[in-house]
Design a binder for this molecule. Structure first.
Ligand SMILES: *Cc1c(COP(=O)(O)O)cnc(C)c1O
Length: 487
């Protein structure tokens, strides 16, 4: 790569464009329909193009002050109104555009906490399948998590969640659907239990909200999950997932403006202008907002209905095909457009993921957790539909190759060592050694490029043996080393 390591000397526009293209060539493809995590592909080139133009046109506008940039306020209210309408919200419901699902979840927790200043040691009740954004919120805002195991169908257990609510509970969370299993929690029973105790109930529909909203309109059977359910006080739904918007927008919707009030922040305690924010950001690019607004304008209900129909058709077809394959199984029949696959005992899911990658398909390994074996996650997009046969063929070939390759075998002694590792006993040098042993030594000193193993199955097999605390510590040590620039 020809890029200078730091912008010490100026470059020409063409040089910069070329370097950007070179850098991007090493990334996962965003638009081939073959990346089944991280990206959501409508397959509509012109929609993407107009959205990117909008991002660029508003990249310098600042959402910090809605009176200075009234265009942004208008677009935000339009997006929120579209979300409220889709999610069966009552009159008087309100919302905010955030930077993404995590920010929406963080603010739902912060708002619930601050609505109960009387509670000392606030808690939130989550199913064990809830998204890590809630663990991040717990970490940031000092709200204790009460994690409740899910039932055998991978859905939250409403009786157990009800029993976990106490006088310190400020929030109960349900998912529609959960990311890891793609199933919708029993929202009516959970919301009723929360309401009976006067506790807020947030539905995390970050990934599924947009697709489930349109699924109902298409006549697909969808268990109740939206504001139509009594007791649901807030819902998060990402536009940068199945809204097919460029990255950087999600909606946090509240049943009433009173529910949202603690989210709004103002500070007059300095000599500058009076600060007024609705989200965690202060200076806030108008780009993502304008991008999302443009996509909604272009698609309209008819466009989303069609994209949703395509995505469900792809999901149904892959599910039907997998049911006829040996080696793979559907872990939970999908309620939305996410699929979790299990493998037979003699077939290593991590090797299947590597083999899929070798064939240009990016699926996501999920480590074993609380007695559940490791699995493979696929998030389908509308653009998947045109490639279903190739996808199924790639799965068949990957399973066959993974059988030839054989499962990753970790030496039992090494396995015992890994399982017994406690991050509290380890120093920074130990992590250097562990990361090197795992092949995750990080950055190539000479080129500055990411140095990852060709195949990730061995790394995943070792991580799979580690405790959750050890997995977290290893990942943090890894990121720490990745992000140490040299100059
Ligand atoms: C993606 C996701 C989030 C977090 O959203 P980001 O946009 O990645 O920050 C939260 N909950 C669920 C269920 C998700 O799938």
């Amino acid at each position: 790569m020809t890029a200078p390591r730091t912008p010490g000397s100026a470059s020409t526009p063409d040089e910069v464009r070329e370097r950007l293209a070179t850098l991007q060539a090493g990334d996962l493809p965003v638009h081939t329909g073959r990346t089944l995590a991280y990206v959501y592909d409508s397959g509509l080139e012109e929609v993407d193009r107009v959205a990117r133009e909008a991002v660029a046109a508003f990249a310098g506008s600042n959402g910090l002050d809605p009176t200075a940039f009234p265009s942004l306020l208008q677009m935000e209210n339009d997006l929120v109104a579209a979300g409220l309408r889709l999610l069966d919200a009552p009159t008087g419901a309100v919302g905010t555009v955030t930077s993404g699902g995590t920010e929406s979840c963080l603010l739902a927790v912060q708002t619930a906490r601050d609505s109960r200043p009387d509670v000392v040691g606030p808690r939130m009740v989550l199913a064990s399948t809830a998204h890590p954004a809630f663990h991040k919120a717990a970490h940031y805002f000092g709200v204790e998590i009460v994690s409740v195991p899910v039932g055998p169908d991978h859905r939250a257990d409403p009786e157990a969640m009800a029993a976990a609510i106490d006088d310190r509970t400020v929030l109960v969370v349900a998912s529609a659907p959960s990311y890891a299993h793609g199933v919708v929690d029993p929202v009516p029973a959970i919301a009723a239990a929360a309401a009976a105790r006067g506790v807020r109930c947030h539905v995390d529909a970050c990934i599924g909200g947009w697709v489930l909203g349109y699924a109902a309109r298409l006549g697909r059977e969808v268990a109740p999950w939206s504001f139509a359910v009594e007791g649901v006080t807030s819902v998060s739904v990402d536009l940068h997932k199945y809204g097919y918007a460029p990255k950087g927008t999600s909606l946090l919707l509240h049943r009433t403006s009173a529910h949202r009030r603690p989210q709004l922040f103002s500070s007059a305690r300095w000599p500058g202008y009076t600060m007024l924010n609705s989200t965690m950001q202060s200076t806030k690019s108008g780009g993502p907002l304008a991008g999302a607004w443009s996509v909604l304008q272009l698609l309209g209900d008819a466009g989303y209905e069609q994209l949703t129909a395509q995505t469900f058709e792809a999901t149904d077809r892959v599910v039907a095909a997998v049911e006829g394959l040996s080696g793979l199984s559907v872990v939970a029949p999908p309620d939305a457009t996410l699929l979790v696959l299990g493998t037979d005992d003699d077939l290593d899911p991590f090797t299947v993921c590597d083999e899929m990658a070798a064939r240009g398909w990016h699926v996501q390994p999920q480590l074993s957790y609380e007695g559940e074996p490791a699995t493979i996650h696929l998030s389908f997009s509308a653009a998947t539909l045109g490639h279903v046969d190739e996808l199924v063929a790639a799965l068949v070939a990957s399973v066959a190759a993974a059988r030839v390759f054989g499962p990753v075998r970790v030496d039992p002694e090494v396995a015992a060592v890994i399982a017994a590792l406690d991050p509290a006993d380890l120093g920074d040098d130990d992590f250097d050694g562990l990361l090197a042993a795992a092949g995750l030594a990080g950055v190539d000193e000479d080129t500055g490029a990411l140095a990852l193993p060709e195949r990730m199955a061995e790394v995943n097999a070792m991580l799979d043996l580690a405790t959750p605390a050890m997995r977290e510590a290893l990942m943090i040590a890894f990121l720490d080393r990745l992000s140490r620039p040299s100059w």
